[in-house]
Ligand binder design. Structure first.
Ligand code: GLN
Ligand code: ZN
Length: 758
């Protein structure tokens, strides 16, 4: 008999109940016990949804983040918070977000750093360490959940992060070696396992996802040390990996004294043979057979074809599960009412993925005939997607097949283009511009949503947006900026706006996925070959340009960013989807150019996010990502100036690729780093123009003119002044006009001061 289990369930709730409860609690509109009740209710509901499983994850539910939960469980709480009175939950939120419910400003502490969870769009709170960090067990939160599960008759498998990954995920604040903390950490883990065993727990899922990354020998050794130290114990450990294959860490993992290993069989299928020879007979093998990162139905027939032989060998030593926690997919497809039925037919959210797992288990345990109807229905859905003309567009496939290097190549070198561009644009030194969006006021949001609901007709909507554009242009005239933007009032989101106008995209109503804390994103679903039926932005930009003599930037999102912020196809490589997007954006670029737009910005905010987990795979990703940008951007004439924008400042390790994109101008986020991050561009002798952000748009503070001048002087130490632009860090959509006007006024005056001094 095969055993079924799950690694984690989305905690946010099918209708984002947890989000709303948390935000009410933080505002002081919900008591702590009401918040706890919501949590208990959601857990109960989610366990019910998982009741067909042999083991149900417990402890995966969190009020903010599972890594922060682990820090509290291990008593690793930053000193700045420990001084606070009050209860643990409030201190927990202080680390998570700088303040808890009803904290007045003076109670604020700085929030813990947040960073991406491996290659997902989930962000965790980074554990903080220094040489003196001590650990002490506080298992109350986990025990509460285990006891709640027990009263509901749930067979609980507590989920924790393993000691080696926990250390690896954190940061030392004093440059000490965090691995040196392992001997202090292990006794607390031992105590934790004892406590869980005393509670009657049989299996613990111990997550060590860093096993899918390249590890130094010291970190590999830490695994052996740690698991030997935890070896004499009264319960069983399922060492759990996900998001990738183990490669050189596979034999290490199989040699650890644990009772079972979980492997992501979506990403590590090719390792299963090696794994079976390495795996000791005493160990259980758990295979992640359902993709926990996408929203597609599993091809159950194809899965059984390779899974049945493994089952015949391993028998009851085989466990099956989704590849990773289902945290990364939406909760329940049955909530959707507006998705086209033929697309809905191809999809599976968390709930449906568990149903698929159940079917697989029955097919293994009782034979395929026992679930014949379900298998036939699954095959029909899979085949319908494979052959649907909505998915497959021969013209698009042919266009991708015809891509050659010349498509991404500008006609002349940057030096030659720069001369022509400066002759026709006539910009001053230190030209000023903004990144694209201006404040998205409640009126703008309301107009968009009324239009969507059919309460505002097309003509009134257009007039409203044109008035907004006109206002935006007037303000920029008054500020005396050099290169204008139209303000992006018509855009809800920089990816969704384009996805909605491209063939091959679908949008869910409740397909929310937690990004961090109470924040969720609803990634659009890229299901088919991408085609642009008609221009997407040209009318708005043409209108904006008609209002001013200053150059108006055409404003687009780049192919790599659209890809990285979508659920993508599993029936073709990411690179192919990216090339298709690139060809669609290229058409838009050429149409903008044709209509007289002289500067076109193509945002690649998420280029860095797509970097694979293993460095050895970076090159191949960067190659097609950069090529996609080049295809989108570089079909223009020499006189057309291409800008790109990236919302971060870590360029050291990808600077050659950034240069290869060959944008005439790149604007980046630098204001908080004091321009030091321009060093990467300096050392590389980055050849094109750069606009280092001088205004931190994440803060309500108004940057002073002198501060901007200072920052630009620092920039000028690294980049020749004739290649410098002056601009904010990012778009201004989250700010108010009251903040934006004085800030930009200071920015423009600073640029003028720099010109005079030059
Ligand atoms: N053009 C977009 C804006 O200004 C860019 C946003 C982003 O980079 N995240 O809002
Ligand atoms: Zn940005």
């Amino acid at each position: 008999m095969v055993t079924t289990h799950n690694l984690g369930f989305p905690r946010i709730g099918a209708k984002r109940e947890l989000k709303f409860a948390l935000e009410d609690y933080w505002k002081g509109n919900l008591s702590q016990s009401q918040l706890e009740d919501t949590g208990a209710l959601l857990r109960q509901r989610h366990w019910q949804h998982q009741s067909q499983l042999d083991f149900v994850p417990v402890g995966d539910f969190s009020f903010y983040d599972q890594v922060l939960d682990m820090s509290f469980l291990l008593g690793n709480i930053p000193a700045r918070v420990r001084q606070h009175e009050g209860n643990t939950l409030d201190n927990y939120f202080r680390v998570a977000r700088g303040r808890s419910a009803q904290d007045t400003a003076c109670h604020c502490v700085h929030a813990g750093e947040m960073t991406k969870w491996f290659d997902t769009n989930y962000h965790y709170i980074v554990p903080e360490f220094d040489a003196t960090t001590a650990f002490s067990l506080d298992v109350s939160r986990l025990l509460n959940q285990i006891r709640q599960a027990a009263t509901l008759g749930v067979t609980a498998k507590p989920v924790i992060i393993g000691p080696v990954s926990y250390l690896w995920l954190g940061k030392t604040k004093d440059a000490s070696d965090k691995l040196a903390l392992l001997p202090k950490l292990l006794p607390v883990y031992a105590q934790l396992l004892d406590t869980l065993a005393a509670e009657g727990v049989e299996w613990v899922q111990i997550d060590e996802p860093i096993l899918v990354t390249e590890l130094d020998p010291a970190w590999q050794q830490a695994f052996t040390t740690a698991y030997q130290a935890l070896a004499p114990r009264k319960l069983k450990l399922l060492l759990t990996t996900y998001f990738g294959d183990l490669q050189e860490n596979l034999s290490l993992a199989c040699a650890l004294p644990v009772d079972g290993i979980h492997i992501d069989a979506i990403n590590a299928r090719h390792e299963l043979e090696r794994l079976q020879t390495l795996l000791p007979d005493s160990m259980v093998l758990s295979l992640g057979v359902i993709n926990g990162r996408n929203i597609w139905k599993t091809d159950l027939h194809a899965t059984l074809e390779w899974l049945e032989p493994i089952h015949r060998v391993l028998q009851s030593r085989l466990w099956i599960a989704p590849s990773c926690s289902l945290l990364h997919v939406p909760v329940d497809l049955r909530s959707e009412n507006k998705l086209a039925s033929h697309i809905q037919y191809w999809l599976a959210f968390a709930q449906q993925k568990l149903d698929e797992l159940h079917i697989l288990a029955q097919a293994l345990n009782k034979g395929r005939v026992s679930v014949q109807d379900a298998l036939v229905a699954n095959s029909a859905a899979i085949n319908s997607r494979k052959t649907s003309p909505l998915v497959h567009n021969p013209a698009v496939k042919a266009a991708v097949a015809n891509i050659n290097a010349s498509l991404g190549q500008r006609l002349s070198t940057y030096e030659q283009r720069a001369k022509k561009q400066s002759a026709c644009l006539q910009l001053p030194a230190f030209p000023t511009t903004t990144i694209g969006s201006f404040p998205q006021t409640p009126e703008i949001r309301q107009a968009r949503s009324r239009y969507r609901l059919g309460q505002l007709d097309e003509t009134s909507y257009k007039t409203f947006m044109q008035n907004e554009i006109a206002r935006c242009v007037q303000e920029q005239e008054a500020l005396d900026l050099d290169v204008f933007v139209h303000g992006e009032a018509e855009r809800n989101d920089m990816v969704e706006y384009f996805g909605e106008q491209l063939d091959g995209y679908a949008f869910s109503e409740f397909g929310w996925v937690q990004s961090y804390g109470s924040r969720c994103v609803k990634p659009p679903i890229l299901f088919g070959d991408i085609q642009r039926p008609k221009p997407m932005t040209v009318d708005w930009i043409k209108f904006a340009q008609s209002l001013t003599d200053k150059p108006m930037k055409g404003m687009l999102t780049g192919p790599v960013t659209i890809l990285n912020w979508s659920f993508v196809r599993d029936d073709q490589p990411r690179s192919v989807s990216c090339y298709q997007l690139a060809l669609a954006i290229r058409q838009e670029v050429l149409d903008l150019e044709k209509s007289g737009v002289r500067i076109i910005q193509i945002d690649e905010a998420a280029l860095r996010e797509g970097l694979p987990l293993r460095r050895t795979e970076w090159d191949s990703y960067l190659r097609w990502a950069v090529e996609s940008f080049r295809i989108a951007a570089n079909g223009v004439s020499d006189e057309t100036q291409i800008h790109t924008h990236m919302c971060y400042s870590e360029f050291n390790d990808i600077i050659a690729s950034i240069a290869a994109m060959d944008a005439d101008v790149i604007t980046i986020e630098t204001s908080r780093s004091d321009m030091e991050l321009l060093d990467a561009f300096d050392h590389f002798s980055y050849p094109n123009e750069i606009g280092p952000g001088v205004y931190d748009i994440h803060s309500p503070n108004i940057p002073a003119q002198e501060h901007i001048v200072q920052l630009m002087r620092k920039a000028a130490e690294r980049i020749p002044t004739e290649r410098l632009w002056v601009n904010p860090d990012c778009g201004l959509k989250t700010r108010s006009w009251e903040e934006v006007i004085p800030a930009l006024r200071n920015m423009v005056t600073a640029a003028k001061q720099l010109r005079q001094a030059a």
